[in-house]
Write a protein of this length. Structure first.
Length: 276
């Protein structure tokens, strides 16, 4: 059987780079992509996922070289930390433009190819933030929630054509480059300064290492999804995503909220407003 042809977005660092390296080691033909220079030329494409024309050009180039495309992995994303009050509308739109619409652009570019082939897989790299609204990560969670819902709906549209849409959902990832993809809101509201700063530092450092997913575990899960003859919708990476989603489903809402507040050391009292 010939090698599967894979196109991955956001492979210049972090999870995307790890997935690309792992899949290549397993014998797959992998095309990476990013806005910057090539990492494994000539199997790297310059790609701006916020530009539909750029997305279409990347898919067309892979098909031109290989004659087909078997797997699309939407990985490119970044995290924006800040209180709802702090976020500007520009920051929020930019976050969703990359983390949600970027994946949609790629899906729309690849779907005609998969329909013609009557086969294909789309793996969207999501996060636990698609199941649970992450405090001081409202914009990030909004994009991931949107990606979750969109992927689930499109999956059922494409199943009759032997095309599978799946999510890969890790917890925070111990990438060593987490700080490069985590940004903090340009605004700083004094009432949220202490708490949002703590949230930023938590995300910027990769979070609690005991709760994080390793890049290797994410890459292995992606490979499993590619190898499955009928990929399921959700692939959770590690214990924490499974635990959190299970607790959210079975616990009373107030008890689950209390658990999240304690687990992530979220402030339960507002600062003294007279100081501001």
């Amino acid at each position: 059987m010939s090698k599967k042809i894979v196109l991955i977005t956001g492979t210049s660092r972090g999870i995307g780079k790890a997935i690309a390296a792992y899949l290549r080691a397993q014998g797959l033909m992998v095309y990476g992509s990013s806005r910057g220079a090539a990492d494994v030329a000539p199997y790297h494409l310059q790609l701006d996922i916020t530009d539909p024309a750029s997305c279409q050009a990347a898919v067309d180039e892979v098909v031109k070289r290989e004659g087909r495309l078997d797997v699309l992995i939407n990985n490119a994303a970044y995290e924006l930390v800040g209180a709802h009050e702090e976020l500007t509308m520009t920051e929020l739109r930019d976050q969703v433009d990359v983390n949600f619409f970027g994946a949609v652009h790629m899906m729309k570019a690849a779907t005609p190819v998969f329909l013609k082939q009557r086969s294909g897989s789309i793996l969207n790299i999501s996060s636990i933030g698609s199941d649970i609204g992450w405090t001081f990560n409202a914009a990030y969670s909004a994009g991931k929630f949107a990606l979750h819902g969109y992927s689930e709906a499109v999956r059922r549209e494409l199943l009759p054509f032997n095309i599978f849409v799946s999510l890969v959902s890790p917890a925070g990832v111990t990438s060593g480059t987490t700080h490069l993809s985590v940004q903090r809101s340009a605004q700083t509201h004094p009432l949220f300064e202490q708490a949002s700063k703590a949230a930023f530092e938590y995300s910027h450092s990769g979070g609690d290492l005991k709760m994080a997913s390793s890049m290797e575990a994410v890459a292995q899960t992606v490979h499993k999804a590619i190898q499955d003859p009928r990929p399921v919708f959700m692939y959770r990476v590690g214990f924490i995503p499974r635990l959190m989603t299970t607790l959210k489903a079975i616990l009373p809402q107030q008890l689950f909220e209390f658990f999240v507040i304690k687990a992530f050391n979220i402030p339960t009292t507002a600062p003294d407003q007279s100081k501001y």
